[in-house]
Write a protein that binds this ligand. Structure first.
Ligand code: FES
Ligand SMILES: [Fe+2]
Length: 451
């Protein structure tokens, strides 16, 4: 029988606070893998990683190893990376190209869609052994869908479609793709991987946290503020300095210029962020000006303006994806244990954009996502400190109430923080969390505030 945690799940989530065991209890973590990562639409990768028949890459669905592959008919398949013979992991490389998958234990060989293709010593199996039955195939994940190239899977055979689940967040994906003059984006460059000793939920909680840079990223803010303004005009440190100065914007900026929007199923984005007057985008950057010219040439001035006026920072698609269109960054969260999380970071190239745009993308990735980054290392220190702090068994409850009285409705069924320092997006994620974990429709009680 499945073990239940010491407290009932519903008692652990209250309107403006949650119990620390949500971040520390191994039983709750196991239930999250089953009820959230085992049912929700989980991002697994991008179609540009499997453009041709036979292209594949391996990833994790919760703790389950899976292969994402383009099969012989050109269809996307996601199959469990487990041999139907005695269970060995079949594919050990991160990515590649192949005609078939062959298990290196006893040589069972599979078609790209997981069906058994050949089997050594077939004569030795029992008379009723049927190599064409589903029992001898690598198992396909129940549902695979993609939205504009972003591939998601769900282990639930039934439920909302991907677009229903994404809801208004489709517009954030649109923003990512529409920025390509040729209308297509592709994963390019390498992958940053980092781990921290803390719970997976901390990561998404940090990516829209406008209240932490002033303290957490103090050292890089101080260093950037000491630079002369003329370093902004050229040089490889340009984006770094702009971003670090942005992190040092006063609270008056975060409380008047930037907003936070949330949507059903735990999704959110930080918005009104990177227009030219707010530092990082910098339309005056010569590379960006070239890019605008190419975008206008392909899409027309009005459409180019519409695309560039979308000014979102991080978009969080609950429970495992965060991306940012301005510098084409994407991060995937992999829960390993209740106190251990791995994050993979990818960069995208905009097809039809100047090559130097991609250099900016890489430069930005090194600054905020690289394992040697002056910014990421601060955040990793925080995740580790939270992991230690929440395990200390001091206070049992965590406050997530900032903005609770002042949040209000937004278009498309959303809720909006009065400003970007509201913790509404954390309450929104726990609203979805409670719904997944208890199997009841989201009440939106946490999102709606007390006012
Ligand atoms: S476990 Fe794969 S062929 Fe035996
Ligand atoms: Fe940070």
């Amino acid at each position: 029988m499945e073990q239940q945690p010491a407290h009932s799940i519903a008692q652990l989530v209250q309107p403006a606070r949650v119990h620390r065991s949500l971040y520390t209890d191994p039983q709750i973590f196991e239930l999250e893998l089953k009820h959230i990562f085992g049912t929700a639409w989980i991002y697994v990768g991008h179609e540009s990683q499997v453009r041709n028949v036979g292209d594949y890459f391996c990833t994790m669905l919760g703790r389950k190893a899976v292969i994402v592959v383009r099969d012989a008919s050109g269809k996307l398949q996601v199959i469990h990376n487990q041999c139907a013979h005695r269970g060995a992991m079949v594919v050990a490389s991160d990515k590649g190209h192949t005609d078939e998958f062959q298990c290196c234990y006893h040589g069972w060989t599979y078609h790209l869609d997981g069906r058994l293709k050949a089997i050594p010593l077939l004569h030795g199996y029992p008379a009723d052994f049927n190599p064409k039955s589903g029992k001898t195939a690598m198992t396909q994940v129940a549902r695979v869908m993609s939205y504009r190239g972003f591939i998601f899977v769900s282990e639930a055979a039934d439920g909302p479609s991907l677009e229903e689940a994404l809801n208004h967040m489709t517009t954030s994906i649109d923003d990512m793709v529409d920025r390509a003059p040729d209308g297509d984006i592709e994963v390019a460059g390498g992958t940053f991987r980092h781990v921290y000793n803390g719970n997976w939920k901390l990561y998404l909680e940090n990516l829209c946290d406008a209240a932490h840079p002033w303290f957490t990223h103090r050292s890089s803010i101080d260093a950037a503020q000491q630079q002369k303004d003329d370093v902004l005009s050229d040089g490889s440190g340009e984006i770094a300095i702009r971003q670090m100065r942005q992190n040092g914007a006063p609270y008056s900026f975060w409380e008047s210029q930037v907003g936070i929007w949330t949507y059903p199923n735990g999704h959110s984005y930080l918005g009104d962020y990177h227009d030219d007057s707010k530092l990082v985008a910098a339309m005056n950057d010569p590379v960006f000006r070239d890019y605008i010219g190419m975008l206008e040439a392909k899409k027309g001035k009005a459409e180019a303006r519409r695309i560039l006026e979308v000014s979102r920072w991080n978009s969080n698609v609950y429970p495992n994806l965060s991306f940012m269109s301005q510098f084409q960054q994407l991060r995937v969260i992999h829960p390993i244990a209740v106190n251990r999380t791995e994050v993979h970071t990818y960069c995208f190239k905009l097809r039809g954009a100047p090559e130097r745009m991609f250099q900016n993308t890489i430069s930005f990735a090194n600054i905020v996502n690289g394992t040697g980054s002056l910014v990421l290392t601060d955040d990793l220190e925080i995740y580790n400190r939270i992991g230690i702090g929440l395990s200390s068994e001091g206070a049992d409850w965590i406050e997530i109430g900032r903005g609770y009285q002042s949040d209000g409705p937004a278009d498309h069924g959303g809720r909006q923080g009065k400003n970007s320092t509201s913790e509404i997006y954390i309450r929104n994620m726990f609203d979805a969390w409670l719904s997944y974990m208890t199997g009841t429709p989201a009440s939106a009680a946490l999102r709606q505030g007390a006012a």
